[in-house]
Design a protein around this ligand. Structure first.
Ligand code: PNS
Length: 160
């Protein structure tokens, strides 16, 4: 599919950093498929259906943002979609090391698949899904770090 990019991730939960990447990518691509990984090496807080639902709520007014769950290899999913471009956000050098390895693995599996990296904006570069989970669990405020829908879901899930 022409000028479509796949933005994959766990999104457990989605952060304002993720939202910012999707919004900025719409200036470059005609369509973004947000691919929510069903399986992850980490133990998830939210089910795949809950993560998809949060993203669908956040992007409900964006017709060119498609939210879907995916399982298995990303390259297989991309091939099924007929898309050869992957989008990933990078916050820092630590992310770069992991992301460059993932990019090379994906290209080794499918040489047609390319990854485009977008630097996270400075105001979001300290935010990660795991940091958000920790702050909520320990009773801190995550206002401004996540969408209000996500904040409410997290509080009802993680606070007694
Ligand atoms: O938000 P995350 O957890 O950093 O996202 C990582 C994700 C889901 C994009 C990555 O783990 C992935 O692509 N998983 C699918 C399995 C796969 O294709 N692995 C080989 C590439 S490393």
């Amino acid at each position: 599919m022409k000028n479509t990019v796949i933005y994959p991730g766990s999104f457990d939960p989605p952060t304002n950093g993720h939202i910012n990447i999707v919004e900025r990518s719409l200036k470059i691509f005609d369509r973004v498929i947000v691919a929510v990984a069903e399986h992850s090496t980490k133990v998830p807080i939210f089910s795949p259906a809950e993560r998809v639902e949060m993203m669908q709520t956040i992007f409900s007014t964006h017709k060119n943002v498609i939210i879907e769950p995916f399982s298995g290899l990303l390259m297989t999913y991309a091939r099924q979609k007929g898309v050869q471009k992957i989008l990933r956000g990078i916050r820092n050098v630590g992310d770069y090391e992991f992301e460059s390895q993932m990019m090379l693995v994906n290209r080794a599996l499918d040489p047609e698949l390319d990854t485009i990296f977008m630097m996270t904006e400075g105001r979001f570069s300290h935010i990660s899904s795991s940091i958000i989970r920790e702050i909520v669990t320990l009773g801190g405020s995550i206002t401004g770090m996540v969408h209000p829908v996500v904040e409410q879901k997290l509080k009802s899930k993680l606070t007694p």
